[in-house]
Write a protein that binds this ligand. Structure first.
Ligand code: NAD
Ligand code: MN
Length: 358
């Protein structure tokens, strides 16, 4: 019997709604498999907690999380708490303190779904974006001056380190090798951003020499955004800085059915700290409380979590079960053209799992 532990932060808005389905699915997996168990602990750290305690998590929050094998997060953010507080005091400290320097975001059109891109199918939309997750544009350096005057200004510094770029670029090449992919695309903007992006390009070029079997292309972020739509078949592994990767993956998600279907892993490849799995979407205040959020992004994130824990067969079973439901086409949440509830979608996926694996 293998035992795993997971800290679960359902969060705000639709976060708890989609996480309920994620946790039920985790129970189903343990029932079907019999050889694994998950001990979960639910942590109520969200914007309500902030309003009661003046912080997004307890002072020793990170110490509390550290012993867990993995962390599962729903979504964070509420209209009455500024986003820079909810993100900077919960998600970013976890990503940084636990050296989750890889943010892995698959862009894959699932069977049973059609892309809004008219001529693109499943063979065209199947790649992965590796987003740098600890530095770059999301830096805490900068400031604001002269508030209340016409001279008011804001400065936001970007921080790029050789260490940080090398490790994300190397991870991306290794991922390409391990998955038998041929192409690596690096997002850049070296024509306009004249310090950090040439630095990024230089390091990609250096490391590319160690992986001559992989074809390397440096593509400016603006052109790359267009190619995600016009030629998504050109991509296998795309490596990008923190902000570029964030933006590219919402775009990629839209090309494969929307945010309700887009999973992610915040990975600490050295496994010295827990990794965190979460849908890339936010708390969706516009649909929160209605029970209609799509739980697939969360459930797919759990599949990535099982891959990370070495349980690849189970990860695959989850993904196949999601696709099974989509191919049958009877149960769909409103974001993908149906009328099913979050619960009905979760149940349908669990039922597929029993059929396939039970
Ligand atoms: P969002 O991802 O919450 O929503 C964008 C749009 O996508 C909305 O129309 C929403 O209804 C839809 N959507 C998102 N998830 C869906 C799902 N599972 N099923 C169906 N539709 C879904 O982004 P936003 O509106 O920019 O942000 C809302 C809040 O979430 C903000 O407070 C923001 O800071 C926060 N946020 C948090 C995270 C995170 O927790 N990692 C990520 C992004 C945004
Ligand atoms: Mn985002």
């Amino acid at each position: 019997m293998k035992h795993f532990s997971a800290a679960v932060i359902p969060g705000d808005g639709i976060g708890p709604e989609v996480m309920d389905e994620g946790l039920s699915l985790l129970e189903t997996i343990c029932e079907i498999h019999g050889g694994i168990s998950f001990q979960t602990e639910i942590l109520p750290w969200n914007c309500r907690y902030y309003q009661e305690h003046g912080r997004m998590m307890p002072v020793d929050g990170l110490e509390k999380l550290q012993p867990f094998d993995v962390i599962l997060l729903g979504a964070i953010g509420a209209p009455d708490v500024p986003d820079h507080i909810s993100v900077w005091e919960l998600i970013l400290p976890i990503r940084r303190s636990f050296h989750q320097y890889v943010n892995l975001r698959p862009i894959k059109l699932l069977r049973g779904l059609e892309s809004p891109l008219r001529y693109k199918g499943h063979a065209d939309l199947d790649f992965v974006v590796v987003r740098e997750n600890t530095e770059g544009e999301y830096s805490n350096m900068g400031g604001r001056l002269h508030a209340g005057t016409p001279y008011e200004l804001a400065v936001q510094n970007n921080v790029f380190t050789r260490f940080g770029i090398e490790r994300i670029v190397r991870f991306s090449y290794e991922l390409a090798m391990a998955t038998g992919k041929r192409r690596l695309t690096a997002a850049t903007k070296s024509n306009g951003i004249n310090h950090s992006m040439p630095f990024w390009d230089e390091i990609v070029n250096e490391i590319s020499q160690e992986y001559l079997e992989i074809q390397t292309q440096l593509t400016h972020i603006d052109a790359l955004a267009a190619f995600f739509i016009s030629r998504p078949e050109n991509f296998d592994v795309v490596v990008a800085s923190n902000l570029f990767g964030d933006i590219l993956t919402d775009l990629g998600a839209a090309a494969v059915g929307g945010l309700g279907l887009a999973p992610s892993g915040n990975i600490n490849p050295d496994k010295t700290y827990p990794s965190m799995f979460e849908p890339i979407h936010g708390s969706a205040p516009d649909i929160a409380g209605k029970g209609i959020a799509n739980p697939i992004a969360t459930i797919w994130s759990i599949s990535m979590m099982l891959d990370h824990l070495g349980e690849r067969e189970l990860g695959k079973l989850i993904l196949e079960s999601i696709e099974g439901v989509l191919v049958e086409g009877k149960i769909r949440t409103p974001d993908i053209g149906g009328r099913a509830t979050t619960r009905e979608m979760g149940e349908a996926i669990r039922e597929q799992m029993y059929r396939r694996g039970g």
